[in-house]
Write a protein that binds this ligand. Structure first.
Ligand SMILES: Cc1ncc(COP(=O)(O)O)c(C=O)c1O
Length: 276
């Protein structure tokens, strides 16, 4: 709750760390029921709510993939009360997860999608995409100084063409390849917990050990730094995870190099003999 005035924050559908202490699937998707049963009754009336914003896959929060029912129930809730369902695809959109938009994995159709980051392959551009039902504004009714930069827009058109002509499929295929290669690594190293994500949006949780499941952010930070010095850029996310978000053009050779650096770093930090 709190943070930005006028915005109510609720817990994400993170089944491994359920904020309500429930267990999926017996929980009845408590994280969504809570919005209707508690938030709408005690904190804000549903007719006061303009939109529900949600990331299809939680990005900065730890690359968490919610269960199938999560987005579907949120969509139903939004429709029931005439609230807009906004999918924040700034991180997960534009092919990243092996579909053009991550929300497609849940077969949910949002009213609005926000996109940025990958949309113009690094050129500065963000966009709000909405169904024609609600995007009925006259041209010029919304603008900003640097909005619609022609060079960025040209980069975005080229990016979309590349995505439609193979890069979305490559993200799906290479995501599966990397996930498959990560399985034995996760088995071998005691500090690796949940591996989550879709396509080329992959999160790896770093734990004190598999049994206690306690986060180990200090080790996570050491892994990120050690990978950096060996030429592999990975980023932290969530309380204690690292993320693999390679460019969508990645092939098996580059993935193998990245995974071998990652494995070497883990071997070194765990004091084990490397396997490669
Ligand atoms: C999911 C998500 N939404 C929004 C943003 C902010 O995007 P922008 O800087 O384009 O406003 C970020 C930035 O990291 C993000 O990850």
């Amino acid at each position: 709750m709190g943070l930005t005035p006028g915005v109510v924050h609720v817990a994400y559908g993170d089944c491994d760390h359920c904020a309500y202490g429930s267990t999926y699937p017996g929980c009845g998707i408590a994280c969504v029921s809570y919005i209707e049963d508690v938030i709408f009754r005690r904190y804000v009336a549903p007719e006061e709510v303009a939109a529900i914003f949600v990331e299809p896959i939680l990005g900065e929060g730890g690359y968490i993939v919610p269960p199938l029912e999560f987005h579907r129930r949120l969509r139903e809730l939004a429709s029931k009360y005439g609230i807009l369902f906004v999918a924040d695809e700034v991180q997960s959109g534009m092919g990243r997860t092996g579909r053009m938009f991550a929300i497609e994995h849940w077969r949910v159709v949002p009213d609005v999608i926000t996109i940025a980051k990958g949309v113009a392959s690094g050129m500065p551009l963000g966009a709000t995409v909405a169904s024609s039902r609600i995007m009925s504004w006259k041209p010029g009714s919304h603008g900003s100084t640097f909005g619609g930069n022609p060079v960025s827009c040209a980069a975005a058109l080229e990016t979309i063409a590349l995505l439609e002509n193979g890069l979305v499929e490559n993200a799906a295929r290479m995501g599966e390849y990397i996930m498959h290669r990560l399985e034995p690594i996760a088995d071998r190293f005691r500090h690796i917990g949940r591996i989550s994500g879709k396509g080329l949006m992959i999160g790896i949780e770093i734990l004190r050990n598999k049994r206690s499941r306690k986060p180990y952010p200090a080790l996570r930070d050491r892994i990120v730094e050690a990978c950096f010095w060996k030429g592999l850029l990975i980023l932290p996310c969530g309380p204690s995870s690292v993320r693999f978000v390679p460019p969508l053009v990645i092939g098996e050779r580059e993935a193998d190099i990245a995974l071998s650096i990652f494995e070497d770093v883990l071997s070194h930090l765990e004091g084990k003999r490397g396997t490669r």
